[in-house]
Design a protein around this ligand. Structure first.
Ligand SMILES: [Zn+2]
Length: 78
């Protein structure tokens, strides 16, 4: 893969992640996840809050994707 293609992968990945972040906050956290997310908007400033469960949940999704990429079928970009 040439330098320009690698650059495009970085830019497209960044833009896709921003869209996913927006969508997750807009429709997941302010939708079905509002039970956890409400604590973020009414934060008392110290300690753990229910909203902190989201990063834990999202990290499990990320870990699963990394695990799948390690043990799953190989994809190669050329
Ligand atoms: Zn919010």
């Amino acid at each position: 893969m040439n330098v320009m293609a690698r650059f495009l992968v970085v830019v497209v990945s960044f833009l896709a992640m921003e869209l996913v972040s927006y969508a997750a906050h807009r429709w997941l956290m302010h939708g079905a996840g509002m039970v956890w997310h409400r604590s973020h908007h009414r934060s008392r400033g110290r300690g753990w809050e229910a909203n902190d469960l989201f990063p834990a949940l999202f990290s499990l999704v990320g870990f699963s994707v990394f695990l799948l990429s390690a043990v799953g079928p190989r994809w190669e970009l050329r």
